[in-house]
Design a protein around this ligand. Sequence first.
Ligand code: ATP
Length: 199
Amino acid sequence: MRLLTLEMEGFKSFAQKTKIDFQAGMNGIIGPNGSGKSNIIEAIRWVMGEQSAKTLRGDKMADVIFNGSTERAPLNRAQVKMTLDNSDHYLPSEYTEITVTRRLYRNGDSEYLINDQAVRLKDIVELFIDSGVGRESFSVISQGQVAAIFNGKPTDRRSVIENVAGVTKYKQNKQAAEKKLATTNDNLNRVNDIISEIQ
Ligand code: ATP
């Protein structure tokens, strides 16, 4: 699997459509302070399903939408498209090339697509969950994150290790199962109430 292209439009400082072609091997992004290097990394995080505005250095998710400059009015939509070469089927998909798209509108609507087909956030998360590159992995490390890990609470460090060891997926499945179980128990109690009312 390899990152082929990243296309941003209306995302943070990238008001107009900007496409980056990544080459095989190591790629470097250079530019003056404030030119948008970190925004590119955040676009990668975001398109993989990042849900924390704080992680993207904002207060609310709409802060990722281009908010205007002296030359340009604010935009109503942020869009990021990331294309990956999946010819080795490293990601669990039959496609040899995968394009993941995320859109966010100012009214709060959002869209996720895999190869131009509308999907749920859950599908995007599941696509990346065991790959080591997902939104909660440590393949994308932003400034300050290393220090945050070392200075963090033991429980936070444990969650880092669990993530790297691939335990997170099972924890999420367990949580989902526990939620279903609780709902089923509630339904059962309700049925029992109705039965005793009838008797
Ligand atoms: P440094 O080298 O200092 O870390 P950088 O190249 O990583 O800088 P970024 O932090 O990616 O730069 O970009 C910061 C710029 O992005 C700032 O000028 C900021 O105003 C702009 N920016 C962030 N969010 C938005 C937004 N929603 N709309 C317009 N511009 C934005």
